[in-house]
Ligand binder design. Structure first.
Ligand code: AMP
Ligand code: GLY
Length: 428
């Protein structure tokens, strides 16, 4: 079986590694891939995953049986519909279902229709309407650009001055190119990423993961794509997981089926666990990055079978998804300047030794004159596995310490809370 994975970051490396563990021994391709992925798959560095026509051509040329889409851009460009039309199976939602991630307004309207708990909101169409709405608002409030913005289109405004500035960013400066803005209630609580694999009829929840969004220890500084993760999440046992998934995944799958656009692929609900219950902050229509790096190494079941089955209507029925009781902790190493900017071309050392301690996943790396160098904001992910949180965390950090490059940034508190909680539970 030939599988093509689209994307070239840490999430896609984790997907490729999980597919490579399949007893079906698939032949793996990845576009564009990266130097780490090149150890596990044939990379197609010149193929842009969002160039739909080129992806279809390459998949036909290579006689690919299944395409698995990593990032959101190809989904929103309609790659799944085009591949399906060309007779190639593709894991991921079609264009219409991917709007759940591609448009905040679409997602809010879908949540309202499906009766899903979320922050109260209104849609703002232009600058004047926004300024009026802000003048009548309590603070903080949250303003979100409508389209894809790589996690940067969400502005939390603590007062009217900040909100006015945000309005200029959205409507005057057009920084995110959106014509609409969602203004919503500010929610407080712990965040939780809950992912499910969907087959058009049913959502099957994956083991939960905790993501760390801010750049600095203690959740300080600006938001990033994610600086670390761990799995499982002790507070979310099987029963709670099933309950939450029934509240936030299944109603969306049902809604999209009713609309004639069945949801296939990964449905990712970003939740805020508020004192008034769980509320959905956003939907993504793909695996989280770096959540996938902590979740997939714990998967005992065959990911090839799961991806393949999820492409068929109701295909997941009767299929089990089994996760190991081990813990996984993922630490992200970022380059100088991230998240405002990133640094390229710094030589990375210690990769071999790190690989003897933890899973080394490449995110933003490149090869230059025989050396692996930095090539993006998030550079490497180290996933430690262990019998408990403490052991997994230790392995991830031992590996993270081993790796050196100029300007290396990492958080030092990934999974600290989980280790603390386990310690307290043991002593009581
Ligand atoms: P989103 O892309 O909508 O998930 O937003 C990115 C991040 O902004 C989330 O992970 C939260 O940390 C924060 N955020 C988004 N919406 C809200 C909200 N209504 N209240 C508080 N924080 C929010
Ligand atoms: N880690 C957050 C995301 O993948 O969107």
């Amino acid at each position: 079986m030939k599988i093509l994975v689209l994307g070239g970051g840490g999430r896609e490396h984790a997907i490729v590694k999980a597919l490579a563990r399949s007893p079906q021994h698939p032949e793996l391709f990845c576009a564009p891939g990266n130097p780490g992925i090149a150890n596990d798959a044939t990379c197609l560095p010149d193929l842009d995953p969002a160039d739909v026509a080129a992806v279809v051509d390459s998949a036909l040329d290579l006689e690919i049986d299944l395409v698995a889409v990593g990032p959101e851009a190809p989904l929103v460009a309609g790659v799944v519909d085009a591949l399906t039309a060309a007779g190639i199976k593709a894991f991921g939602p079609g264009l219409e279902a991917a709007r759940l991630e591609g448009s905040k307004v679409y997602a809010k309207e879908a949540m309202a229709e499906a009766g899903i708990p979320t922050a109260a909101y209104r849609v703002l169409q232009d600058r004047d309407e926004s300024l009026e709405a802000i003048a009548a608002s309590d603070f903080p409030i949250v303003l979100k650009a409508d389209g894809l913005a790589a996690g940067k289109g969400v502005l939390i405004c603590l007062d009217e001055k900040q909100a006015r500035e945000a309005v200029e960013v959205f409507f005057t400066e057009q920084r995110f190119g959106s014509t609409e803005v969602v203004m919503e209630e500010f929610l407080e609580g712990e965040e939780l990423s809950l992912l499910a694999i969907c087959d058009g009829d049913r959502a099957v929840a994956l083991t939960p993961a905790q993501d760390y969004k801010r750049i600095g220890d203690g959740d300080t500084g600006p938001n990033t794509g994610g600086m670390g993760s761990y799995s499982p999440v002790p507070a979310i046992g099987d029963e709670v997981l099933a309950q939450l998934s029934a509240q936030v995944h299944q109603p969306i799958v049902d809604l999209m089926a009713r609309r004639g656009h069945p949801f296939h692929g990964v449905l990712y609900a970003g939740l805020m666990m508020t004192p008034r219950g769980p509320k959905v902050l956003e939907y993504n229509t793909r695996f989280g990055d770096p959540e996938a790096q902590a979740v997939l190494p714990r998967l005992n079941s065959d990911l090839v079978t799961i991806f393949d089955a999820a492409c068929d209507p109701g295909g997941l029925s009767g299929l089990s998804m089994d996760f190991s009781s081990d813990w996984a902790v993922t630490v992200v190493l970022a380059s100088a300047g991230y998240p405002a900017s990133s640094s390229k071309g710094d030589v990375i050392e210690g990769l071999d030794r790190a690989a003897s301690l933890a899973e080394v996943v490449h995110a933003g790396t490149a090869e230059s004159e025989g050396q692996v160098v930095t090539a993006g904001g998030r550079v490497l992910n180290l996933t430690g596995l262990g019998r408990d949180a403490a052991e997994a965390r230790q392995r991830a950090y031992d590996a993270a310490e081993t790796i050196q490059f100029d300007g290396k940034q990492m958080r030092t508190d990934i999974a600290t809370r989980a280790v603390e909680r386990a310690r307290q539970e043991k002593s009581t």
